[in-house]
Design a protein around this ligand. Structure first.
Ligand code: PRE
Length: 114
């Protein structure tokens, strides 16, 4: 009795499914990049406004509101709220760095390319 070679079909199906999923992931990554760039453009304007009126770069009260809101959104979206909070903190840390650079009269190198 001879063994029949394994059918290539299941593997081909897996490859096709992987490709399909990766295309969706690539689309979402592209949307994230565009949204982040848009967010940083607005925060640059906030940074310029704060520098003009000598307002502090960071606003912990506003951040606490954002954290509360994003954690609730994450729960309803079934995303880990701790991850959502860490992600927001990561972005805000960069925004504050930009605000401080603007206040010093420098352009902030970093997330937003000129
Ligand atoms: O809303 C502000 O005051 C901002 O400067 C923007 C922003 C943010 O990136 O959302 C950044 C820093 C502040 O601590 C709070 C919020």
């Amino acid at each position: 009795m001879t063994d029949t070679p394994p059918s290539p079909a299941p593997h081909a199906d897996a490859q096709a499914e992987l490709l399909r999923l990766r295309q969706s992931i690539d689309n979402i990554d592209a949307a994230l990049i565009h949204m982040l760039a848009e967010r940083f453009r607005h925060t640059q304007d906030v940074g310029a406004l704060k520098a003009r009126f000598s307002l502090p770069a960071a606003d912990p009260t506003r951040e606490a509101q954002q954290i509360e809101r994003l954690r609730a959104l994450a729960v309803s979206a079934r995303l880990d709220p701790d991850f959502a909070e860490k992600f927001l903190a990561f972005i805000i840390r960069e925004v504050i760095r930009h605000h401080e650079a603007i206040a010093r009269g420098q352009s902030a190198d970093g997330a937003l390319a000129s």
